[in-house]
Each structure stands twice: as C-alpha cells, then as structure tokens.
Design a protein around this ligand. Structure first.
Ligand SMILES: [Mg+2]
Length: 237
C-alpha cells in the first residue's frame, strides 16, 4: 500500500501530485464526541437484547405490541440522556484547526438520527465553543436517513464524488468496526480512535490513535498505513 505524503499546505505546494489525505470524514458518537457505550449497554440491558443482535433490529423484528412500544420509549429516553451528556472528544479543536489551516475538507457519516446531529451542532458546539464554531462546518453530514448506512461504503463514496476527491485520498475516522469497514470498502484510509473496549477493531484499521489530535502528527509528517485492512472476514461485532 502507498505511503502517504504530508497533507500540509507547504507540502502540497512543493509536490502537488503526491499521494496524500485531502479530506477527513468522521463518525459522530464516540469520535467527535466522548464514548456513549455506557448508554448503548444500558439500552441493551433494559430491553434484554440477545448477545450478538443489533438493538434496533431486535426491537423491530422480535418484539410486538406493547413490548415494542415500551422498548422504543426506553430507547428514546436513553438517547435523550446520552444527548444531554454529549461532550466533545478531547483534542478535537486542535485537529479541526489543523485541517482548516491546511485546506483539508471535513464531513460526517453517522448512524444516529438527525435530532442528535442537530443537537451536537447547535447545542454542544454552540454552548461550549462559540469562538470555534467555523471549525465545525462539516459538509456534508450524512445521518441515518442516508441509506445504506455504515458499514456500507456508499456514504463515503458519495462524499468522494461530492468533493471530487478520489476515495484513496480520504480518511474515515471512527471508534467502531462499522466505520473502519466503511472506510476500507470505499478504498479509503480507515483510522480507529482507540479506547479500552474497542481494541478488537484494530485489525480492520490502517491507522490507530488514542486521542483524536494525534492525527495532526500523522498528517503533518506523512504516514504509512499499517496493514491492508481489506479482509471483511475479520469483521467482528
Ligand atoms: Mg461511534
């Protein structure tokens, strides 16, 4: 796999045709924000979702009548609690400043709903960071109304087309295997934001960071993707 040249303005001027990252697409929950796993766990526990099943699919296919209604109400309650506690990922401002300074585009692909996305943009950022608001002009932002959702690469390929940037010059950053599969299936660089409980996704990534602003270093000096993370059979739930 290619080595990636620095993505800084100076590097672009001195060698415009080099392979480099020109756009970064972020997952929202647990990537732009701090992890929400405790809420997702709570949801599974309260609704008794069987091991290995996705919460929404379980509720819609296995529950009926009042049980389903009740589960949906519980999901909404927990989603609302998670939203109220949403916080920015540490280091995010520094990374976004770097991306803006160097003309690197930013977008978002999330499996969350539009209400949560709007809350993030208007309230979390609006409340904490009025002076940095221009850094958060992600465009486009694809929520779960864009189908098919991750791990399909379609969202990322759509953005590649919108930006007229080939997929291999895009990076998908996320905290879940679905984000990484979306990235690798599109032919882009997949970067894992690692926490103590998502290390199992490392084999699906080209790059791993423990704090999101570590990406500044990689994009400043250039990097070599750690492996060919293209084998879907390594996908784990
Ligand atoms: Mg996430």
């Amino acid at each position: 796999m290619h080595s990636y040249s620095p993505s800084t303005k100076e590097s672009v001027l001195s060698d415009p045709s080099a392979m480099r990252i020109r756009g970064v697409v972020f997952d929202m929950d647990g990537t732009l924000t701090t992890p929400i796993n405790e809420y997702l766990q709570q949801m599974r526990q309260d609704i008794n979702v069987p091991e290995g099943m996705d919460t929404l699919s379980y509720v819609d296919t296995c529950l009926k009548g009042e049980a389903r209604e009740q589960a949906h109400r519980r999901i909404l309650e927990i989603e609302t609690a998670a939203m109220a506690n949403m916080e920015l990922s540490p280091g995010l401002i520094d990374l976004l400043q770097f991306l803006q300074d160097n003309g690197i585009r930013t977008g978002v692909i999330t499996r969350n709903n539009r209400m949560a996305v709007d809350h993030f943009i208007n309230n979390v950022i609006g409340r904490q960071l009025q002076e940095h608001k221009e850094l958060f002009s992600f465009d486009p932002i694809l929520d779960r109304s864009f189908r098919p959702i991750k791990p399909s690469p379609d969202g990322l390929l759509y953005i590649s087309q919108q930006w007229s940037i080939p997929p291999e010059q895009l990076m998908m950053v996320g905290d879940h295997g679905d984000d990484l599969l979306c990235g690798t299936r599109a032919g882009s660089i997949a970067c894992l934001l690692r926490y103590h409980d998502n290390r199992r996704f490392e084999p699906l990534s080209h790059l791993v960071v423990d704090r999101i602003d570590e990406l500044v270093q990689h994009l400043t000096s250039g990097f070599r993707p750690s492996m060919l993370a293209t084998d879907d059979s390594k996908a784990k739930k």
